[in-house]
Design a binder for this molecule. Structure first.
Ligand code: ACO
Length: 429
C-alpha cells in the first residue's frame, strides 16, 4: 500500500472508560479513525447502516472526491483517460497499476483475442434460457460457469496467470453478453474476430447477421470505448463490495464477479441506466411530458418514486462521469444525425432538478446513469442491454479490487456485526 500514515490518536470516552484510537491518513489526506480494537477494548460496536461512514480497506486503485467531483484511476483523471486511452489500456492500468507500454499492450490484446471464444458446451447454455431472460441474469450465470470450464485459473500466484484470468474474463464476458442478446432476439450467434478491436468486436457480435454486411461505425466504436472507461471502476461501491465480500470467503474470482453482476443489476446501482429510459418513456406516454408533475412526485415523501439517474452516495456535486457522458451523448447524436425526444426531455428534467430547492439542499445531481443510457440508445444498443454494458466496463475494476483484497495483509473474511432487536429468550410452552 502507498502512503498510509498514522497521524495521531482520537480519544473516545464511554462512561468511565477512555481509549485512544489511531487516526489514519491516506495520500489525498482523507482521515479515518481505526476502530479495529473498539469491541475488544470496550464491548461496543459501531452502527452504520449502508456503510455510509465505514472504510472497509485501504486501496491504491481509485480516488474520488465527491465534494469536488473528482474521479481518478491510479492517479489519472477520468477526463484524460476517456479522451486519450483505449479501454483495454485502462483495464491494464486498473489491474497492474501502470499504463501498459507498447509491448505489454500488444501482449494483453493478444491474450484478449486468444481467449475470446466460448467453450462450445458453454455456448449451448444459451439455448436453455427463455427468450425473455434478462441478459444480466444470463451474464451472471455465465460468469460463474467459467469457473467450471477453466478451473486451472484458480491460481493467482503468478503474474502470467493473473493476465490469463483477467483477459479470459474480459474477453469471454463480452462474447457472452453479445450471445445473450442474439439469443433474446432469436438470431444466430456471431463469433468474435481477431482483426477487430475490443469494442469493434463487441459491436460486430451484437449487430452482424448472416444476411447483412455490417460495418462497425467508428463513431459508435469510439463512444463505446469512452463509455466503458467511464464505467471501469468506482472504488468501494455496492457491486465492488459484493465482489470483495464473496472473495473474502476465498470463493474464486468468477463466483465473486458473478455476484457483483447481480448487485450491479439493481435499479439503485447500475440498473438505473435502464430505468432512466423507462422513466423518460413513461413521462412522455403517461404524463404527456409533464416534468413538473414528475418532480413533485419525486419530492413527495408519501410516494416511493425516485428520479432515476439522480443522486449519489459519494458525489455531492455533479458526477464527473455524467459530465463526460452528457457531452458524449450530444456529440454522438449530432455525428449520427439523429434526434431523440428523450434527450430533450432529459435535459428539461435535469434543468428542473438543478433549479429545485429539494434537490439543491440534498446535493442531488445527475449521476453517470442519467446520460449513458441515452447514448447507448443512440448507438442502437437495446434498453435491456444497458446494464450489461456497464458490467462489461466494470469487470477490470472488480478484478483489480478483488486482487487488491487478496494481497491485503490485513484482509479478513467480511463479517459485519448487528444490534439484535428481537425477542429475548422465551420458552415454547
Ligand atoms: N429522487 C428523489 N429523492 C432522492 C433521490 C432521487 N433520485 N435520491 C436521493 N433522494 C433523497 C432521499 O429521499 C433523501 O431525502 P431525505 O433526506 O429527505 O430523506 C436524500 O435524498 C438522501 O438520499 P439517500 O437515499 O439517503 O441517499 P443514498 O446515498 O442512500 O442513496 C442513491 C444514493 C441510491 C443513488 C439514491 O440517490 C437514489 O436512489 N438515486 C436514484 C437511483 C440511481 O440513479 N442510482 C444510480 C446511482 S449511480 C450508480 O450506482 C452507478
Amino acid at each position: 500500500m502507498l502512503n498510509i500514515k498514522n497521524t495521531g490518536t482520537a480519544t473516545l470516552t464511554i462512561g468511565d472508560k477512555t481509549i485512544k484510537l489511531p487516526i489514519l491518513e491516506g495520500s489525498e489526506h482523507e482521515k479515518a479513525i481505526d476502530i479495529r480494537a473498539l469491541r475488544k477494548e470496550t464491548g461496543f460496536i459501531t452502527y452504520d447502516p449502508g456503510f455510509v461512514n465505514t472504510g472497509c480497506c485501504k486501496s491504491d486503485i481509485t480516488y474520488i472526491d465527491g465534494e469536488k467531483g473528482i474521479l481518478r484511476y491510479r492517479g489519472y483523471g477520468i477526463n484524460d483517460l476517456a479522451d486519450t486511452c483505449e479501454f483495454v489500456e485502462v483495464a491494464y492500468l486498473l489491474v497492474h497499476g501502470t499504463l501498459p507500454n507498447k509491448k505489454q499492450q500488444t501482449e494483453f490484446s493478444e491474450h484478449l483475442n486468444n481467449h475470446s471464444m466460448l467453450h462450445e458446451d458453454m455456448r449451448h447454455f444459451f439455448n436453455n434460457f427463455p427468450d425473455h431472460a434478462h441478459p444480466m441474469a444470463t451474464l451472471s450465470a455465465m460468469a460463474v460457469s467459467l469457473s467450471s470450464f477453466y478451473p486451472e485459473l484458480e491460481d493467482t500466484s503468478t503474474q502470467e496467470n493473473i493476465d490469463y484470468k483477467v483477459t479470459r474474463l474480459l474477453s469471454k464476458m463480452r462474447t457472452a453478453a453479445a450471445f445473450s442478446y442474439k439469443k433474446s432476439i432469436g438470431h444466430p450467434i456471431v463469433q468474435p474476430r481477431h482483426d477487430l478491436t475490443y469494442c469493434e468486436n463487441f459491436l460486430n457480435m451484437m449487430f452482424s447477421t448472416p444476411v447483412n454486411n455490417y460495418q462497425v461505425d467508428p463513431i459508435v466504436a469510439k463512444a463505446l470505448n469512452k463509455l466503458l472507461i467511464l464505467h471501469a471502476d468506482h472504488e468501494q461501491n455496492c457491486s465492488a463490495s459484493v465482489v470483495k465480500m464473496v472473495g473474502s470467503s476465498e470463493a474464486n474470482l468468477y463466483a465473486s464477479i458473478s455476484a457483483g453482476i447481480c448487485a450491479l443489476w439493481g435499479p439503485l446501482h447500475g440498473g438505473a441506466n435502464q430505468h432512466v429510459i423507462e422513466m423518460l418513456e413513461r413521462i412522455i406516454e403517461e404524463d404527456n411530458g409533464d416534468v413538473k408533475k414528475v418532480i413533485e412526485r419525486a419530492k413527495d415523501k408519501n410516494d416511493s418514486f425516485r428520479l432515476m439517474g439522480v443522486g449519489h452516495r459519494v458525489y455531492k456535486s455533479y458526477d464527473p462521469r455524467a459530465k463526460v457522458a452528457k457531452q458524449m451523448c450530444k456529440d454522438v447524436l449530432a455525428k449520427l444525425g439523429t434526434n431523440d425526444p428523450l434527450v430533450d426531455l432529459a435535459q428539461e428534467l435535469e434543468e428542473a432538478v438543478l433549479a429545485d430547492e429539494y434537490f439543491q439542499s440534498r446535493s442531488l445531481y445527475p449521476n453517470i446513469d442519467f446520460y449513458t443510457g441515452l447514448t447507448y440508445r443512440a448507438m442502437g444498443i437495446p434498453t435491456n442491454m444497458f446494464t450489461v454494458m456497464f458490467a462489461i466496463g466494470r469487470i477490470p475494476g472488480w478484478i483489480a479490487q478483488w486482487l487488491e483484497m487478496k494481497e491485503d495483509p490485513h484482509g479478513r473474511i467480511g463479517r459485519p456485526r448487528q444490534i439484535y432487536t428481537g425477542p429475548t429468550q422465551r420458552s415454547i410452552s
